[in-house]
Design a protein around this ligand. Structure first.
Ligand code: GUN
Length: 290
């Protein structure tokens, strides 16, 4: 029987744990605060931002909302980030992506204090992950690790294949699996024989951004398959990068879309917000960052 990994249930468990931790901080007079910045009105971003604010409310995190017009200049956005960096009452800063084309995304993400970078996108946090130091970890890959651990799937010693090498998912995903003592291969669009590589995987994590690309012939019998993709197909139905119908009978465990990895991203963002207090207490100055 294939185990269906229930991201909705696991993310709800995590959010309930975080709610308790946030309450404990409040009892000690500490309120956690996340600043969320959105520039323009990209419809998908509006949904994500709304869900992030809803999650904050559920857990007991104060959220500050900055909804800036699409014509906002890079200098204006950088100035707001600078202000929020300096505010002692703001623990986390999130700039929703994508940004309008007049704004250099990298410049803005790099301007966020690494001590408030709850998305885990700042090079300092990516570097910390790379060398095994404390820091914020990108939410989606951190969520995948939680899904595996909380489903009783061990990573240590396993052949792990990550398909996709983006800065937000593929690369940090491979580093996290390595940190858990997996034997990690990163495959991508230029991989010569993708099927040969993916068929080696005990744990296959797919983040390619192509609807239902991974069919049963890419998967070893009994593998664990984690699908990071989310798309709408020609019938407006949600689907992932994995062809769930053909792949799932061959897996020992699989994440569905929707209800697998998706709900974990916000749960891990909330976890980063709660943990930001600890990091900020330990490292009061950016220069001391781990
Ligand atoms: N846009 C899509 N996903 C994300 C995310 O995880 N963080 C931010 N900041 N923007 C996004």
């Amino acid at each position: 029987m294939t185990q269906i990994i229930d991201g909705k249930k696991i993310s709800a468990e995590i959010k309930d744990e975080l709610k308790e931790q946030a309450a404990a901080y409040r009892d000690r007079g500490k309120e956690i605060c996340l600043a969320v910045i959105q520039v323009g009105d990209d419809p998908a971003s509006c949904v994500y931002v709304r869900n992030k604010k809803k999650a904050c409310e559920y857990i007991g995190i104060r959220s500050l909302s900055y909804e800036l017009p699409g014509e906002t200049t890079e200098a204006e956005l950088l100035s707001l980030v600078g202000e929020l960096n300096a505010r002692a009452d703001v623990n986390g800063i999130l700039v929703q992506l994508p940004l309008p084309e007049q704004i250099n995304e990298e410049k803005v993400l790099n301007a966020i204090s690494p001590l408030k970078d709850v998305d885990g996108f700042h090079p300092m946090n990516v570097g910390a992950l790379c060398i095994g130091k404390k820091g914020f970890v990108s939410c989606t890959p951190a969520g995948v690790i939680q899904l595996l651990k909380r489903s009783g799937i061990s990573i240590s010693g396993k052949e792990c294949v990550v398909v996709g090498r983006s800065n937000i998912v593929g690369k940090p995903m491979s580093l996290l699996l390595l940190r858990e003592n997996g034997t990690v291969t990163v495959a991508h669009s230029r991989t010569a024989d993708l099927k040969e590589v993916t068929r080696r995987a005990d744990i296959l994590v797919v983040a390619v951004g192509k609807p239902r690309m991974i069919t049963a012939d890419y998967v070893k019998e009994g593998a664990v398959v984690v699908d990071v993709g989310i798309h709408r197909d020609e019938n407006n139905k949600l689907c992932g990068d994995v062809d769930y119908a053909s792949v799932s009978p061959h897996c020992s465990a699989i994440t569905p879309v929707p209800g697998g990895v998706g709900p974990m991203t916000i749960a891990m963002l909330m976890k980063n917000c709660v943990e930001s207090i600890l990091l900020q207490e330990t490292y009061t100055d950016e220069a001391d960052c781990p």
